[in-house]
Design a binder for this molecule. Sequence first.
Ligand SMILES: CCCCCCCCCCCC(=O)SCCNC(=O)CCNC(=O)[C@H](O)C(C)(C)COP(=O)(O)OP(=O)(O)OC[C@H]1O[C@@H](n2cnc3c(N)ncnc32)[C@H](O)[C@@H]1OP(=O)(O)O
Length: 172
Amino acid sequence: MSSTWSLPADIEIPVRHPMAPEPGAQMREHWEKCFGCGSDQPTGLGMTFIAGEGLTVEAQFDVAHRYQGGPGVIHGGILSTGFDEAMGTCCMLLANSVVTAHLEVDYARPIVLGSTLKFSCRIDGAVRRKVYSSAEAYVDGSNAPVATARALFVQIDMDQHFKDTKQFIDHF
Ligand SMILES: CCCCCCCCCCCC(=O)SCCNC(=O)CCNC(=O)[C@H](O)C(C)(C)COP(=O)(O)OP(=O)(O)OC[C@H]1O[C@@H](n2cnc3c(N)ncnc32)[C@H](O)[C@@H]1OP(=O)(O)O
């Protein structure tokens, strides 16, 4: 790994929200038209999420042929999208809405089309509105991660953040 990523000295471990899904329960999509998780987004990844213990989430999606980058393998941007969505959903264990401020990925192995890509994500800590997360991605039959990622999410006020794009919301 070539990352220079480091966590801030004043980081604290936040409390999982009491209303967060129980460990083992499926976590819902955050927006039905989202490319990562939306059920009303036919070209999207269709990711699914299971809440883990503590501040952890497991996520996955099937690597369809339309996600091809090089011959027979996933496009790197799609893999990064998977991390973004999985780690962002993990932050929802705190029951606040977040957006990605920083995301970095180390690509360790090519990922073959047709694989099921699985993500193990966690919240590493928080400072004010900042939530720090890290994750690894695996494919079946491999104990070593095929990629790793670290990200910073920032908690937002939904009404304020999307005030100029409300016309895209037909219903909640
Ligand atoms: C969809 C909802 C449903 C919930 C969704 C759950 C799953 C979602 C998964 C997909 C998520 C996405 O792809 S979201 C789409 C991609 N991301 C975006 O479009 C975000 C675009 N950026 C922004 O809107 C803005 O820059 C924000 C909101 C990130 C921050 O702006 P702000 O609200 O004005 O706050 P600001 O004061 O600037 O920053 C707050 C703190 O974060 C730090 N900070 C900000 N950016 C960075 C950065 N790149 N690197 C380091 N630190 C940073 C600041 O120094 C500050 O630290 P300190 O002073 O406190 O120390």
